[in-house]
Design a protein around this ligand. Sequence first.
Ligand SMILES: [Zn+2]
Length: 430
Amino acid sequence: MTATTAPTIPPLVTPATNAVAAPTCRFCHAPLRHTFVDLGMSPLCETFLTADQLDSAESFYPLHVRVCEACLLVQLRTYVAPAEIFTEYAYFSSYSDSWVRHAAKYTEMIIERLSLDTGSQVVELASNDGYLLQHFVKRRIPVLGIEPAANVALAALEKGIPTRTSFFGADVARELVVEGRAADLIIANNVLAHVPDINDFVAGIAALLAPEGVFTGEFPHLLRLIEGHQFDTIYHEHFSYLSFLTIERIFAAHGLTLFDVDELPTHGGSLRIYARHTGAPSRAITARIAELHRAEAAAQLHDLATYADFAEQVAETKRGLLEFLIDARREGKTVAGYGAPGKGNTLLNYCGIRTDLLDYTVDRNPYKHGRFLPGTHIPVFAPERLAETKPDYILILPWNLRKEIMEQLAYTRAWGAQFVIPIPEVQIFP
Ligand SMILES: [Zn+2]
């Protein structure tokens, strides 16, 4: 959920010439000459505005995603330093019931598979509020969390979960090794994409991992992003968009071999990779590795042309959504949103959807009530607003939770409301 690498980033503007430095690949350093998709300028997706901020200027940053022709890593430049985004973070993993269940299931599986016990050491990178490590603590397995957001790390400490407030990288790994720690299991869920210096981060994993240790990490799968036109999962906190092909290459460069992989339904389709030291072949490479290679080859992910096609698919998704909204409004229908997630802000800003097309949105998080979405200034209300105004259409912004949300909103069918899913193209559910 949060990033854990050193927050030092090279300046985009070189002071001597005032010119913007040419972008290079964060993994292999080749020049970046190919656009994956350019979503224009967008504000940071978690900066909700108060009413008195609406008359002030807002900061917008480019969302120009490129693909490296040498290693095919899809990436966004570090336009905003992680220290600005991640040191005081509003997201607490324990607030999501489905995440806590996902974590419990994973813990049982991995303890069994690796035969972890009271003599083992588990380390989680970006451990958030301890939502995952708490399950190991219950089984008396020694743990250490590394979490850069001080407020979130404090919540973990209060639950009795040893946590160090820090960004993770090779330096922190070496410090831990000097202290005598070697990890039998390192976990990094939804953090590889958030790391500006992915080489330093993976080098740290290799340094901290015990000779026979195992790393597992989850991240959204680029293949699903492309197939599902999930361009709204692109935002400034996500620096890398990973295929199996590129992550395998990055790990190999640091002496780590991927020996197994699971496909997960989370975040619109994720991968969970399993890695070990390349020089420790006791864990055999499973057949699922070859299966995933075949799936990515069938989708032409090794071919630069596939990446070049994505931008036009995204533009067509935008045109389709605008067409629907314009027609609905011309017919005198009302449209409200459901949810105020980060992905919603990318979608609305890129499509230029403001209150002329979407009256308001609702969210369950009380922090957001009475505030306005960044960039588009669409107001956010409590969910009760839906029953008060009875909109004809409800645009579901967190589409990855559509099933759960449509069940929660079953009562809106009483006045004939219909649900709208924006991607991969507009779909209407009565
Ligand atoms: Zn590259």
